[in-house]
Design a protein. Sequence first.
Length: 193
Amino acid sequence: MTYPGLPDQQNNRPATVKPGVAVGILVAVIALVAFCITGFAAPGFLLRKGPGLSLPTPTSSPATTSSPTSTTESPTSTRVSRPRITPTRNPATPPAQGVQVIVDFLTKIAGSDKPGAIALACEAQKRFMDDKIDSLIPLGSRVQVTSVNGTSRFVLADVAGVAKGRSAKGIVISDLKADGGFCVTTFSIRTIG
């Protein structure tokens, strides 16, 4: 039975995909997945093996490298690449005063002097230090500076030791104040294991 103004519903067969199209789509998806996996498993496989930019590597003295290199791509061809010039510079030594503030902060924590530790914090951070000390590095924790990095304006110290009775490591950061001194900005220390 048909009604005027309504489409004819005799052909209720769903549209099907032809087998050739389905196989083509499947092959394309597999190729795309293989390409992505190879891209993550072998980083750099998409890049040419020619000259490129290299990041400077820190050394104790300024140096430049400018010797041509050659690479053999196949038994019948050899390609000579352009020389790479890599300038290097000495990393900045963090200010001793910034390092000392961090050492003093950790000493106050080890000596259970919470008010003394909070006094070494920057003004904007003092209100957060009480809770942060309780949760991350409780009083009595024995944590020491293992290495320092930074500039004339801040010091980032890697620290390690014992907190909450377990091995711990993390960072403590001190920043330069307007008056020229340093204060502890933040720290993040976590127990291991």
